[in-house]
Ligand binder design. Structure first.
Ligand SMILES: Cc1ncc(C[n+]2csc(CCOP(=O)(O)OP(=O)(O)O)c2C)c(N)n1
Length: 468
């Protein structure tokens, strides 16, 4: 998976950023080619073993197997997502890659394939006959894909380029939906990346010789990242409340749930790149009285919207959604901007939507969310990166749901903020002093329910109101 944009290059056939779309998109292209009579057209979907854990990938395969469209799926299996890949599929892929019986069968298959009568005389009927023959040999150990009616080939070493090219050439002549399983090493060719694959998934700017990753340098102690405040605070809360659990869809490092997964492996889980499942499994746990912190990046939560509405909100289940990367995310690009969640959550009944202005507020919101008195879904959205408080480990206090706070009394103009951007508003207000302006500043804390009393007060007291 890599970010690519159709508007940038004709070779960027489909825009990506959120995972696991390639099989469906490629199948759509193959179906269109078939309809248009473009018989020479070859369509290839490339998908990682991490991306293959998503429901969408399975939906694509389920359709591809019976669509009678000419397409190849290349499964790039490096045992890694951003963090090590998880789940039964991963075990299955490891089994078929390492099983000696399987490899013997595979070698026989490849010997046979070497004798393929490639070229124009090699008809669809002949190909079917041949691959049906091969199928018996392969299916005993690779029946997952074969069961979905995808002809399975591999596994082969994806770093052996000559072999890979030969194999792809062979597969051009086999019609119908098929899958080639290649085994690779993440970061191959750059020793540092091979050694610490998670760190090097997306390191940002770095010196290729020394491997030094560019970081801002500061003289003073810096505030922690919000994700780390989440990661450490959930442990603190879970140590006191044995009903607390943590769920992440494939982002243990990105969300910092990894600390809890290390410390409390029976209470914090990575469920694979499966946002929809992450939400519904949390809902299931909530029916049993558990307090689940389901941590999903704001933009990835878009995938699980129906589950939030149907499985959580309608049933008023008190799942706690921690939306990391809310707001603009800089380097991660437009597909990852978490800019819709306030709008898409606010219209759902039975939801609480909150956002902390700093680390201490995040801790207080997390504390409030897990209390027994919180009986409906509770969203806490916070941005990528650092907060404001180097001394962040403040005592946790309950916040009355739906209450904002007055940060500063002012005159004529009131500025209302929600979450971390309130710090930018506060800085701007300090500068406005030089212009002789003295705005009031209010931190709403909740986008739902809104603090109506506070809003009435503001509307009565000020001429102009700015919300940002
Ligand atoms: C829907 C969605 N959830 C989470 C992510 C975050 N993410 C980016 S890459 C990645 C791992 C992908 O692993 P894999 O498909 O095996 O590709 P690899 O990087 O190993 O080649 C994840 C979880 C995402 N891009 N999209």
């Amino acid at each position: 998976m890599a970010s690519q944009k159709r508007s940038e290059s004709e070779y960027d056939t489909f825009g990506v950023g959120h995972s696991s779309t390639s099989i469906s998109a490629a199948l759509g292209m193959a179906m269109a080619a078939k309809y248009k009579g473009e018989t020479d057209r070859k369509v290839v979907a490339v998908i990682g073993d991490g991306a293959m854990t998503a429901g969408l990938a399975f939906e694509g395969m389920n359709h591809a197997g019976v669509a009678d469209a000419d397409m190849l799926i290349v499964l790039n299996d490096n045992c890694m997502g951003i963090d090590p890949n998880v789940g039964a599929l991963k075990e299955y892929l490891t089994d078929i890659t390492t099983s000696p019986t399987y490899n013997k069968v595979k070698d026989d298959v490849w010997k046979l394939l070497g004798k393929l009568p490639v070229g124009k005389n090699f008809s669809r009927a002949m190909a079917h006959k041949l691959t049906d023959g091969l199928k018996g040999m392969v299916s005993s150990s690779s029946n997952l894909f074969e069961a979905l009616k995808l002809r399975y080939f591999g596994p082969i070493d994806g770093h052996n380029v000559a072999k890979l090219v030969d194999t792809l050439k062979d597969l051009r002549n086999i019609p119908g939906p098929k899958i080639l399983h290649i085994v690779t090493t993440k970061g191959k060719g750059y020793a540092l990346a091979e050694k610490d694959q998670t760190k090097w998934h997306a390191p940002g700017l770095f010196d290729k010789i020394t491997g030094e990753i560019q970081k801002k340098k500061f003289d003073l102690p810096q505030p922690p990242k919000y994700q780390d405040v989440f990661g450490h605070t959930i442990i603190e809360l879970a140590e006191k409340n044995d009903k607390i659990f943590g769920i992440t869809p494939a982002m243990p490092s990105g969300s910092s749930l990894k600390y809890m997964m290390e410390k409390m492996p029976d209470r914090a889980f990575d469920v694979g790149i499966a946002e929809q499942h992450a939400v519904t499994v949390s809902a299931g746990m909530a029916t049993q009285g558990l307090k689940v912190f389901c941590n999903i990046y704001s933009s990835f939560m878009q995938r699980a919207y129906d589950q939030v509405v149907h499985d959580v909100a309608i049933q008023k289940l008190p799942v706690i959604f921690c939306l990391d990367r809310a707001g603009l995310v800089g380097d991660d690009g437009p597909t990852h901007h978490g800019c819709y969640d306030i709008a898409y959550f606010r219209c759902i009944p039975n939801m609480i939507i909150s956002s902390p202005m700093n680390e201490s507020e995040l801790r207080n919101l997390m504390y409030t969310a897990q209390l027994e008195s919180t009986t409906i879904p509770f969203v806490i959205r916070y941005p990528r990166g650092e907060g404001m408080m180097p001394e962040w480990k403040t005592e946790m206090k309950e916040i009355k749901i739906g209450t904002g706070r007055k940060l500063k009394e002012g005159k004529d103009i009131a500025i209302l903020s929600f979450g971390h951007p309130g710090n930018f508003a506060a800085a701007a207000i300090r500068e406005l002093k030089n212009d002789g302006l003295n705005p009031g500043h209010y931190d709403l804390r909740f986008a739902k329910p809104l603090d109506e009393a506070l809003l009435h007060e503001v509307c009565q007291q000020y001429e102009k109101i700015n919300y940002g």
